[in-house]
Write a protein that binds this ligand. Structure first.
Ligand SMILES: NC(=O)c1ccc[n+]([C@@H]2O[C@H](COP(=O)([O-])OP(=O)(O)OC[C@H]3O[C@@H](n4cnc5c(N)ncnc54)[C@H](OP(=O)(O)O)[C@@H]3O)[C@@H](O)[C@H]2O)c1
Ligand SMILES: *[C@@H]1O[C@H](CO)[C@@H](O)[C@H](O)[C@H]1NC(C)=O
Ligand SMILES: *[C@@H]1O[C@H](CO)[C@@H](O)[C@H](O)[C@H]1NC(C)=O
Ligand SMILES: *[C@@H]1O[C@H](CO)[C@@H](O)[C@H](O)[C@H]1NC(C)=O
Ligand SMILES: *[C@@H]1O[C@H](CO)[C@@H](O)[C@H](O)[C@H]1NC(C)=O
Ligand SMILES: *[C@@H]1O[C@H](CO)[C@@H](O)[C@H](O)[C@H]1NC(C)=O
Length: 378
C-alpha cells in the first residue's frame, strides 16, 4: 500500500517535471522563432544543428535513409517507444530483431508492422531482462542464427515499486541497467566482427531519461544496491537511468581505446505518453492538465479549465515524436563518429555532472561485471 502511494507520487512528480520542461522548452523556442521572423533567420534557429527539433517524428528524421544493409536488435519493442522505433527501422529496410519478454505481444506488434509494410524484415525473440539466465539464453540463441549485428538499442525499461529480480537485485537496476549491461557485453564480439567485415560503423544506443539527474546522493548505491530500507522509487528509477548514461560513456571510452568501429551513446526520448507509468493512476494527459492548472503562464481561472483540457496533449510527445531521437541516433549520417554523447530532441545535449564522472562510470562497470559473474552477488 505504502509503495503504491509512493509510485503514484513519484510518477506524478516526474511527469509534471518532464511536462513542464517540455512546455518551457517550447516557450523558449517560440520566443526564438518570433525573434527570427522579425529578423531574417526565419525559423532557422528553431531547428537543432541536426536540422531537427524535438517535435519531429521518427519517420521525418530518417526520411530518405536506405538502411537495407543493417541488422538491429531492439529490446522492449512490444510497446511504446520501442515498437515505434521498430516500425521506423523496418520501414528504412533494417532487419529488426525485437527482444521481448512477452512473445504473443511481440508477435502482435510484428503482425501490425507487416500489415503496413509487407517487405519488413522482423524477427521476434524472447528475453526477460530482469533475469541474467534469460539474457544469456537470448544471446546464445541470437548468436546461433549467425546474423550480423550493426545496431543494438537498449530500450526496455520499467518504473516499479520495490521488488527483487530473479537474481535478487532491485528490479529497476536489474532490468534497466544490469540486464542491458550483460546483453551488451555478450553481443559485443558479434558487433565487432560485423563492423570489421562490413566496414560500417556499429551503434549501441541506450534509452535513458532526463530523470538520470535525480539519483541517490553519490549516484549508485554500491554498498547495497538492493537495500529496501533506503529504497525510494524516484531515486531508484533515476539511479537505473543514470547507470544507462554511465554505461554508454564507459563503453564509448573502451571502444575508442580498442579502436573499434562502434559508437555508444545514450539519450532521453523526452516526456512521451506511453505505458511506462502503467502502475499509476495518472495518464500523461491528466498530469499535463494538472501542470497547466497550476501554471503561472495561465493565471486567469476562466481560461484554465478549457485550456487545460484542450492543450493537455501538446505537453507530451506522441510516440512518433518520442521515438525520433532513438531513430536519429541509430540511422542518421550526421551522427557518424559521435561517441559517448547524451542526446535529447535530436541533438547532442548535456547530461549531468554525475553522468560525466569517469571514476563513477569505471566503478559501475566493475561493479556490474562482478554482479554478472556471481549471478547477483557483488
Ligand atoms: N515515456 C517517457 O516519458 C519516457 C521518458 C524518459 C525515458 N523513457 C524510457 O524509454 C524507454 C521505453 O519506455 P516506454 O515509455 O516506451 O515504456 P513502455 O511502453 O512501458 O515500454 C517498455 C518496454 O520495456 C519492456 N520491458 C519491461 N521490463 C522488461 C523485462 N524485464 N524484460 C524485457 N522487456 C521488458 C516492456 O515489455 P512489456 O510490453 O512486456 O511490458 C515494454 O515493451 C524506457 O527505457 C524508459 O525508461 C521513457
Ligand atoms: C543543437 O546542438 C548544438 C551544439 O551542441 C547547439 O549549438 C544548438 O543550439 C542546438 N540546437 C538546439 C535547437 O537545441
Ligand atoms: C502477454 O500479452 C498478452 C497480450 O497483450 C496478455 O494478454 C498477457 O497477459 C501477457 N502475458 C504476460 C505474462 O504478461
Ligand atoms: C521476468 O522475470 C521476473 C523475475 O526477475 C519474473 O517475476 C517475471 O514473471 C518474468 N516475466 C516474464 C514475462 O517472463
Ligand atoms: C542489503 O539490504 C537488504 C534489504 O534491506 C538486507 O537484507 C541485506 O542484508 C543487505 N545486504 C548487505 C550486504 O548489507
Ligand atoms: C547502455 O546501458 C547499459 C546498462 O546501463 C550499459 O551496460 C551499456 O554500456 C550502455 N551502453 C551504451 C551504448 O549506452
Amino acid at each position: 500500500m505504502r509503495w503504491d502511494l509512493t509510485v503514484h507520487l513519484f510518477t506524478s512528480l516526474l511527469s509534471i517535471y518532464q511536462a513542464s520542461n517540455f512546455f518551457l522548452e517550447r516557450l523558449k523556442k517560440d520566443k526564438v522563432r518570433k525573434k527570427d521572423t522579425r529578423g531574417m533567420g526565419l525559423f532557422s534557429s528553431r531547428k537543432a544543428h541536426s536540422g531537427f527539433s524535438g517535435s519531429n517524428t521518427a519517420e521525418e528524421v530518417t526520411r530518405g535513409i536506405d538502411a537495407t544493409a543493417l541488422t538491429a536488435i531492439i529490446t522492449g519493442a512490444s510497446s511504446g517507444i520501442g515498437s515505434e522505433t521498430e516500425r521506423i527501422l523496418a520501414l528504412r529496410g533494417v532487419h529488426v530483431v525485437i527482444a521481448v519478454r512477452n512473445m504473443s505481444k511481440g508477435q502482435a506488434v510484428k503482425e501490425a508492422i507487416m500489415k503496413e509494410n509487407s517487405n519488413a524484415k522482423v524477427d521476434v525473440m524472447e528475453i526477460n531482462l530482469s533475469s541474467m539466465a534469460s539474457v544469456r539464453k537470448f544471446a546464445s540463441e541470437f548468436k546461433s542464427l549467425n546474423l550480423p549485428l550493426n545496431i543494438l538499442i537498449n530500450n526496455a525499461g520499467v518504473a516499479t515499486y520495490f521488488k527483487l529480480s530473479q537474481d535478487n537485485i532491485e528490479m529497476m537496476f536489474a532490468t534497466n541497467h544490469l540486464g542491458h549491461f550483460l546483453l551488451t557485453n555478450l553481443l559485443l564480439e558479434t558487433m565487432k566482427s560485423t563492423a570489421d567485415q562490413s566496414n560500417i560503423e556499429g551503434r549501441i544506443i541506450n534509452v535513458s531519461s532526463n530523470a538520470h539527474k535525480y539519483s541517490y546522493n553519490g549516484g549508485i548505491l554500491f554498498d547495497n544496491i538492493s537495500d529496501e530500507s533506503r529504497f525510494n522509487i524516484m531515486w531508484a528509477y533515476a539511479q537505473s537511468k543514470l547507470a544507462n548514461v554511465l554505461h554508454a560513456n564507459e563503453l564509448a571510452r573502451r571502444l575508442k581505446e580498442e579502436g573499434v568501429l562502434i559508437t555508444s551513446n545514450s539519450l532521453t526520448p523526452g516526456a512521451v505518453e506511453t505505458n511506462i507509468f502503467r502502475d499509476t493512476i495518472l495518464s500523461g494527459k491528466t498530469v499535463a492538465a494538472i501542470f497547466l492548472l497550476r501554471s503561472k503562464y495561465f493565471p486567469y481561472s476562466f481560461l484554465r479549465t478549457s485550456i487545460a483540457t484542450s492543450l493537455g496533449k501538446y505537453f507530451l510527445k506522441t510516440v512518433q515524436q518520442g521515438a525520433s531521437t532513438t531513430c536519429y541516433v541509430a540511422l542518421h549520417p550526421n551522427v557518424k563518429g559521435v561517441n559517448g554523447e547524451y542526446f535529447r530532441n535530436n541533438n547532442i545535449s548535456e547530461s549531468n555532472s554525475k553522468a560525466q564522472d569517469t571514476e563513477l562510470s569505471k566503478k559501475l562497470w566493475d561493479f556490474s561485471i562482478k554482479l554478472c559473474e556471481n549471478n547477483g552477488n557483488a
